[in-house]
Design a protein around this ligand. Structure first.
Ligand code: NAP
Ligand code: MG
Length: 403
């Protein structure tokens, strides 16, 4: 069979540690034999980020804006220990944070479901995609320890000298206080990314806040979503046969537990932080969670939700074999190839992405899997494979499908 041709390059962002090793194996085993892979390569591995003073991360984000689709390997976010380990010039910011800021994007996390690895919540039959707003609120709050009796106020001083005041509390004794903010521009980008992603994946969109208690702050989020929906998306949603649904966060949580899944749940920053960890662990495994950053301009960056799997990498360096799960990284590639295929009108590329996903799931459902899945599956008689043998098994399944 001829290799599938591509017309526009994918932005390829390489990464660190065990996932960098998997990245190379996935390309060799599952992509290069089938696709005449066209990528613009950026090495976001920590040594090269350091060599370029992190310029490479910014360049990769710019390239993503230019071409519209990127695929990213997990990367190290340096902390003090990493600065020492890699002898870094400085403690660089998280590459994901840099790329997200450059694209003004929202992250959508979606679990990969396979038979034999059942969600803890028995009603969940389809994936729940979680969208987390990634700006402001408690993550950018100003906080104070109130030492004793006194008054705390919110004061706004307008650029024109005007003033607004609001008493937070008249303290009779010591306490704590917090001031947080958000921006119309950021909430609008978040809403737009959510509506666009719902349309592009044909899934219902849920949004929930605590607007009954937070009558200005959370209520404003609700209004921004509703106004944008009414003005720009109502008809498009009707045409696509999907709905937008707003409810109180308490109600959303209760409904989620009884829902079937198959929709997008948009959350404010804190709710999204907490709920995404709950939803992903209830679905089974971090190694089966994909992630896509979607910008309001319609730019997509696909990746696995997990990190660089450092502990496995150290074992790999010692020459030991590892059973690291490559599934979420494979799905980052299929997501990106399918989107590239859609944008460029290359049906074979979309079909290949479908086949590779089917082969990956089929291999696991046939009882061949990595150790992390073997530990949680309900299946009997499973074969635990190391990463390379698992990839070889997927390739065999894929060849069977493509024949
Ligand atoms: P991690 O890489 O996600 O791994 C945590 C643990 O989860 C692993 O030790 C492993 O457990 C299990 N695990 C995760 N992915 C797995 C997979 N594909 N297959 C099998 N097991 C898997 O998180 P971390 O160790 O906290 O972070 C390591 C580095 O990743 C850090 O430097 C962090 O900055 C970076 N990170 C990057 C991203 C990103 O680029 N998006 C996200 C998160 C973290 P066992 O060891 O018990 O097998
Ligand atoms: Mg968290």
């Amino acid at each position: 069979m001829d290799k599938i041709r591509m017309t526009t390059p994918l932005v390829e962002m390489d990464g660190d540690e065990m996932t960098r090793i998997l990245w190379k194996w996935i390309k060799e085993q599952l992509l290069l034999p089938y696709v005449d892979l066209k990528t613009e390569y950026y090495d976001l591995g920590l040594p090269y980020r350091d060599e370029t003073d992190d310029r490479v991360t910014f360049e990769s984000a710019e390239a993503t804006k230019k071409y519209g689709v990127a695929v990213k390997c997990a990367t190290i976010t340096p902390n003090a220990a990493r600065v020492e380990e890699y002898q870094l010039k400085k403690m660089y910011k998280s590459p994901n944070g840099t790329i997200r800021a450059a694209l003004d994007g929202t992250v959508f996390r979606k679990p990969i479901l396979v038979d034999g690895i059942e969600p803890v919540v028995t009603s969940w039959k389809k994936p729940i995609t979680l969208a987390r707003h990634a700006y402001g609120d408690v993550y950018k709050a100003a906080e104070m320890r109130v030492p004793g009796p006194g008054k705390v106020e919110l004061v706004y001083t307008g650029a024109d000298g005007s003033e607004m005041r609001e008493t937070v509390h008249e303290f009779a004794g010591a306490g704590v206080v917090q001031g947080m903010h958000n921006l119309d521009s950021s909430i609008e980008s978040f809403a737009k990314s959510c509506f666009e992603y719902a349309l592009s994946t044909k899934q219902d969109l849920w949004f929930a806040t605590k607007d009954t208690i937070s009558k200005k702050y959370d209520h404003h989020f609700k209004d921004v979503f509703q106004e944008m929906y009414d003005a720009e998306y109502k008809e498009k949603f009707a045409e696509a046969g999907i709905t937008y649904f707003y409810t109180l966060i308490d109600d959303a949580v209760a409904r989620i537990m009884k829902a079937e899944g198959g929709f997008i749940w948009a959350c404010k920053n804190y709710d999204g932080d907490v709920m995404s960890d709950m939803v992903s662990s209830a679905f089974g495994s971090l190694a089966m969670m994909t992630s896509v950053l979607v910008s309001p301009a319609g730019v997509y960056e696909y990746e696995a939700a997990h990190g660089t799997v450092q502990r496995h990498y150290y074992r790999y360096l010692k020459g030991e074999e590892t059973s690291t799960n490559p599934v979420a990284t494979i799905f980052a590639w299929t997501g990106a190839l399918r989107k590239r295929g859609e944008l460029d009108g290359i049906a074979e590329l979309c079909e290949f992405a479908d086949q590779l996903e089917k082969a990956t799931i089929g291999t696991i459902e046939a009882g061949k899997m990595t150790k992390d899945l073997a530990l949680i599956t309900k299946k009997k008689d499973v074969t635990v494979l190391n990463s390379e043998d698992f990839l070889a098994a997927v390739r065999e399944t894929l060849d069977g499908i493509r024949r």
